[in-house]
Ligand binder design. Structure first.
Ligand SMILES: [Zn+2]
Length: 640
């Protein structure tokens, strides 16, 4: 019932009302000038149709996909309004600092706005990413989907352009870039905000999976020309991803899809979803070999999945008519958690990582959550509601605070649901069937936003296999659960174990400069997250190091009489196994020094999944490709 109530209303609004509105209203014209990108500056010239009288213009605050109010108002500078050649005074709103108030003089029909944006991320000497919220300015009183806008862009001479916006003229890709202005077809402010541009000196656009419609492209810019030449194996795997997503979802909600990818140590990491594209950023060697690829293996599949889950289907509270109204994160364990699950499954199905790498990384995720004592006081739902407080937080005591656990708790929850459906249906049905119902309503569409509520999830799950899905979801999400949900792993035919050596994927990621920046993984032994210099990022609440009164921010100087090194600490943990002698540390705390003894004797511990023989191996069923994989030209190295 809820589906019927929500789905037609929104589709009518967007599909029918918007084209009329576009046809009737004069569009805003915006030219984004990125020619100063190497100096970390963008400029915009904006022409707005106006009527005489008071006018309030606004810049975006709540940026879709970031789940927090981080519009770039702080970086917007050099704002000047003119009409008929005369400068118009303006005043910022006293409460909403994103709003500009001004009065359009009698007789004026157009207002010109100039602004600059200081760009701190996603930019280098050789490439730039334009997320349009950096330059947008539009009337505050109109829903953003009802404001027509004609975008253009100028980029440095010789730089290529990747975007899902349709170029005026040929309408074909790659976008012709000549150093002069490139114009795009009119759209609306909501869609323009959802249509970033990447540009760079070293640019390649790779068409993917030509038998699949609509068309898909991988657009790459890099600081080094060598890195922009993607390995044939990566191209084959990303093409597999397109085909696997097509086989999983059996519909799409875009006219064209562009994976936009930057390879740069300067421009930084990113993963931001859009309906017809995604903004992905990795280090310059991020896809240079299989080892560097592993930590990034689910990036493209995660952001691609968002086109269905998050962009097309969006929790009601995460969809507002403007970019000013606060978003509600309550259902982020669907928006992000289910995407985390599907992104990892699709990465394995398409060969971006192997099935055994999928299991290794799942073990690391499950163990990390299992060693998050914040479960004792905070529900997963609360991590979703307070997403904007938790994003990018300090690691100190974060295991007691909990982080954005709706991603990874969500992953385990949807694995639990998938394996439960398989168990209840004797492996005849799976979560794939649910996705086809939930994400496929309306069949193939262009970019649309169709909101949903909790009850629709329950109704659609019940269409696959009848079960008390409301209780299933509420028990796992809303309640305080001191234990992490390992049911999916166990129903999938495996159990979480701890070994005295890191699993092969953990070793690969550590060698590639992985997650702990070269530090020893001793979280599951003495309960410390440290880097290779001995700096303590976090201390496991109630763990051995906590009992020894160590604290985040301190630095280990010496271990058992030796100057600190990864090896010295590792030796000490090994040596203390079976002995009654504690591990002796000398620790720097601010400008003081103290000693600490860690009373721990169980040796090294690293997570892995172990097969439970005689049970159905649903985990491997889940990660098997649905299509025949495209031939991968290079041998894929499995870490088994
Ligand atoms: Zn996401």
């Amino acid at each position: 019932m809820l589906i019927k109530r929500y789905f037609p209303v929104v589709s009518l609004l967007v599909a029918l009302v918007l084209p009329n509105a576009l046809a009737q209203k004069t569009p805003i014209e915006i030219t984004a000038d990125l020619t100063d990108a190497p100096r970390k500056l963008y400029h915009a010239e904006i022409d707005l149709p106006v009527k005489p009288g008071p006018l309030t213009l606004i810049t975006p605050e709540w940026i879709p996909g970031t789940h927090m109010p981080i519009g770039p108002a702080q970086e917007i500078t050099g704002v000047v309004f003119t009409a008929d050649g005369k400068t118009i005074p303006w005043r910022r709103d006293d409460v909403n600092l994103y709003e500009f108030h001004l009065t359009v003089p009698d007789g004026a029909t157009h207002l010109h706005a100039h602004l600059d944006c200081i760009v701190l991320r996603r930019i280098s000497q050789k490439l730039a990413v334009l997320e349009w919220e950096k330059l947008l300015l539009y009337p505050a009183d109109t829903p953003v989907r009802d404001i027509p806008i004609e975008p253009s862009v100028k980029v440095p001479a010789g730089w290529g352009i990747g975007t899902a916006l349709t170029p005026v003229g040929s309408g074909a890709y790659p976008v012709p870039a000549s150093g002069s202005t490139t114009r795009f077809e009119a759209t609306n402010v909501e869609q323009l905000e959802d249509s970033p541009i990447i540009t760079g000196q070293y640019f390649h656009e790779y068409p993917l999976a030509p038998t699949i419609t609509p068309k898909h492209y991988l657009d790459v810019v890099a600081d080094d020309p060598e890195d922009a030449n993607m390995r044939p194996s990566v191209l084959a795997e990303v093409a597999n991803l397109v085909r696997e997503a097509d086989a999983l979802y059996r519909c799409h909600h875009y006219h064209v899809y562009h994976f936009l990818l930057t390879l740069s140590d300067v421009a930084g990491g990113e993963g931001l979803e859009h309906g017809q594209s995604s903004d992905n950023g990795v280090g310059e060697k991020g896809f240079a070999d299989d080892n560097h690829q592993l930590p990034e293996a689910d990036l493209l599949s995660h952001e691609f999945t968002h086109s269905w889950n998050g962009k097309y289907r969006r929790p009601e509270g995460l969809y507002q008519p403007d970019f000013a109204t606060p978003q509600h994160g309550e259902l982020l364990w669907v928006y992000e958690g289910m995407t985390e699950y599907l992104g990892n499954v699709l990465a394995a199905r398409s060969g971006l990582k192997s099935q055994s790498q999928y299991r290794d990384i799942l073990a690391m995720t499950a163990a990390d959550l299992d060693y998050t004592p914040g479960h004792d006081w905070r529900s997963t739902q609360d991590t979703a509601i307070s997403a904007s407080l938790l994003r990018g937080g300090n690691p100190a005591w974060s295991n007691w605070k909990r982080g954005q656990d709706y991603y990874f708790e969500g992953e385990l929850l949807w694995l639990d649901a998938d394996t439960l459906i398989r168990k209840l249906s004797n492996n005849k049905k799976s979560l794939d069937d649910f996705e086809r119902i939930f994400l496929g309503k309306g069949g193939n569409t262009g970019p649309l936003i169709v909101p949903y509520k909790f009850d629709e999830l329950v109704e659609d799950l019940n269409q696959v296999v009848p079960y008390d899905w409301a209780a299933f979801l509420r028990d796992r999400v809303n309640k305080i659960n001191p234990q992490v949900d390992l049911a999916g792993i166990e129903q999938g035919g495996y159990k979480l174990v701890f070994n005295d050596k890191p699993n092969p994927s953990e070793r690969t990621m550590a060698a590639a400069g992985g997650r702990r920046r070269g530090g020893l993984d001793c979280w599951y032994s003495i309960g410390l997250r440290i880097n290779s210099e001995g700096n303590i990022a976090d201390v496991l609440w109630n763990g051995p190091a906590d009992k020894a009164k160590l604290a985040p921010g301190e630095k280990i100087i010496a271990v058992d009489g030796q100057i600190f090194s990864n090896e010295a600490l590792r030796d000490a943990i090994r040596k203390a196994k079976g002995s009654s002698e504690p591990i002796h540390l000398i620790v720097q705390a601010d400008s003081f020094v103290h000693t600490a003894d860690i009373d721990y004797h169980d040796g090294e511990r690293y997570p892995a999944l172990e097969r439970v023989e005689g049970t159905p191996d649903y985990l491997d069923d889940i990660t098997k490709p649905l299509t025949t994989p495209e031939k991968v030209p290079e041998t894929k190295k499995d870490t088994d």
